[in-house]
Design a binder for this molecule. Structure first.
Ligand SMILES: NC(=O)c1ccc[n+]([C@@H]2O[C@H](COP(=O)([O-])OP(=O)(O)OC[C@H]3O[C@@H](n4cnc5c(N)ncnc54)[C@H](OP(=O)(O)O)[C@@H]3O)[C@@H](O)[C@H]2O)c1
Length: 201
């Protein structure tokens, strides 16, 4: 049976990733702080397979994507028992956006190491966070090659599962390493942030 996806968030990144998952035939529950009924327009626009739920509903899925603002991370711990759940962290640690783009002070830690504390025991993988949402939403395959998405995490099995998922959606997955190592390259203001690469072959 196909795995289910839940997304904590229903905004730009949630919809961009949901679009690819739905095209591949997955069921995706999107969520926000609003009454799920108020997501009706978003769900209708996404089409078959999209469902609205509460964040707690979304957190029950086999694979959970975090696509909420950094300032809201503290709402995550009580949503479910995160132990061993596969969780994909698409967040970036921006506190403000244009024109100043301030990031949280992480004391040298990777942003996903901070996220990991909010989803205790989860198998956390950083992915889907490097591209502007309109680029992420676009078709992953161009004449020059397949768009690259990066993967980092501390659990080899979870990294491999997310990389295989990304490839199955038509992207090229590049696995970088651990949260403390690879994900720092991916995160906001890291060297790979906003890099829109296409890989041939
Ligand atoms: N925009 C980009 O191009 C981009 C690229 C890469 C990564 N990111 C990162 O991805 C994350 C989401 O960005 P976005 O652009 O998608 O933001 P967005 O369009 O503002 O969407 C955020 C979504 O999260 C929901 N939300 C807020 N607080 C929540 C909570 N406590 N529980 C559940 N849902 C909650 C919001 O709905 P309500 O306010 O109604 O609750 C909204 O649906 C951020 O961490 C951002 O830095 C963004």
């Amino acid at each position: 049976m196909k795995k289910t996806f839940g997304i904590i968030g229903a905004g730009n990144i949630a919809q961009a990733v949901a679009g690819h998952l739905l095209k591949a035939g997955y069921t995706v529950t999107l969520s926000s702080r609003k009454d799920p009924a108020l997501l009706a327009d978003t769900i209708a626009a996404l089409g078959a397979g999209a469902v609205a739920g509460t964040p707690a509903d979304a957190a029950q899925a086999d694979i959970v994507l975090l696509a909420l603002p950094w300032a809201q991370l503290a709402t995550l711990p009580n949503l479910t028992n995160w132990d061993q759940r596969l969780v994909i962290d698409a967040t970036n640690h921006y506190l403000t956006f244009a024109p100043d783009f301030q990031v949280a002070d992480l004391n040298g830690r990777a942003s996903s190491e901070v996220v990991r504390e909010q989803v205790p025991g989860a198998r956390l993988v950083k992915a889907f966070n490097t591209l502007y949402f309109k680029v992420l939403a676009a078709a992953p395959q161009e004449s020059a090659g397949k768009r690259v998405l990066f993967v980092s995490g501390d659990h080899a099995d979870a990294n491999a599962e997310v990389a295989a998922l990304i490839e199955s959606l038509g992207f090229n997955a590049v696995t970088l390493g651990t949260l403390a190592g690879g994900s720092q390259l991916q995160q906001a203001k890291g060297p790979l942030a906003s890099l829109n690469l296409l890989k041939k072959g």
